[in-house]
Design a protein around this ligand. Structure first.
Ligand code: ADP
Length: 274
């Protein structure tokens, strides 16, 4: 039966979420949006890493790919060849079965609905927003500890809708060192503040490369540390991630989830987070 109350913490209804759009087929304890000022900073990659490490820890995890025009979650989890199940209820309503990864993460993405993954979505903003809302509400999420939402970059119409009408418990900002000091990421941080959506903190991606053969972290893009950048942005630093070519290769080959689960670096970085 449809359940339209989300729960946080130890399963108590969260009064903060009254009046928000709720999933019909699931109980979700924590809904976390992953945001960035612009594209290409690794927002989707960090969403995938977080989902994989949380699921490795034993949590029940789902991922909603809300980056509709650049959906990349199916590729991260190597399920881009699969399609989501569609179950008609009547002529207008449907239930969707998410695709489940090898590591037990439930994934829903527009790309899992398209006949071919390279088919573009040529829709106006309001249509995209309504389809995304359906993917959120009509997917059979079941019981989840965490639903991670890979948000579109920047302060677009869709980001606004997700922040305004979805029951987001907290946001995580992803940024690169150069972007940390730009006004673009500050815009998205300020947008969240204006809409009273709590920001948990920032993850600095591509912070450094590990010097081959020595222990030094080489900061390629900025001499300043991630801590200094986060102070400038005004949100706590949750972690910093290196540029890792092995990860890029794993992503290209559709085995990023396996790579992240097998690599202690990622478990350690996110150890303290949840
Ligand atoms: P966004 O979601 O912000 O648009 P993506 O997560 O799609 O960005 O990442 C953009 C590109 O950068 C991808 O090709 C991804 O493989 C690569 N990438 C992201 N983070 C890293 C990293 N830490 N090390 C190496 N490559 C990375």
């Amino acid at each position: 039966m449809a359940n339209n109350i989300t729960f946080i913490g130890k399963g108590k209804p969260n009064p903060k979420h009254f009046g928000k759009t709720m999933p019909k087929y699931g109980q979700i304890k924590n809904t976390i949006g992953i945001i960035s000022g612009k594209g290409g900073v690794g927002k989707s990659t960090v969403t995938g890493i977080l989902a994989s490490t949380l699921s490795k820890k034993g949590y029940k995890v789902g991922v909603l790919d809300a980056d509709i025009t650049g959906p990349s979650m199916p590729r991260f989890f190597g399920v881009n060849g699969k399609r989501a199940g569609i179950e008609p209820i009547d002529q207008e309503n449907f239930k969707y079965d998410p695709v489940i990864s090898e590591g037990n993460v439930k994934i829903m993405s527009m790309n899992l609905m398209m006949p071919k993954e390279d088919e573009p979505v040529i829709w106006r903003g309001p249509v995209v927003t309504s389809v995304l809302t359906q993917l959120f509400t009509d997917t059979k999420w079941g019981e989840l500890d965490y639903l991670l939402i890979d948000m579109p970059p920047g302060t677009s119409d869709i980001t606004l809708t997700v922040m305004q009408s979805f029951p987001i418990d907290e946001l995580i900002v992803v940024s690169t060192p150069q972007d940390m000091v730009s006004m673009i990421v500050k815009k998205v941080v300020n947008m969240a503040k204006k809409m009273n959506v709590p920001i948990r903190g920032v993850i600095e991606n591509m912070s450094y490369i590990n010097c081959p053969g020595c222990d030094t972290k080489i900061r390629v893009f900025s001499k300043k540390s991630a801590e200094e950048h986060s102070v400038n942005l005004g949100v706590p630093l949750l972690g910093e991630l290196p540029i890792n070519v092995d990860l890029t290769e794993a992503l290209e080959e559709g085995r990023a989830e396996e790579y992240v689960r097998d690599n202690d670096l990622y478990s350690l970085i996110f150890e303290a987070l949840y």
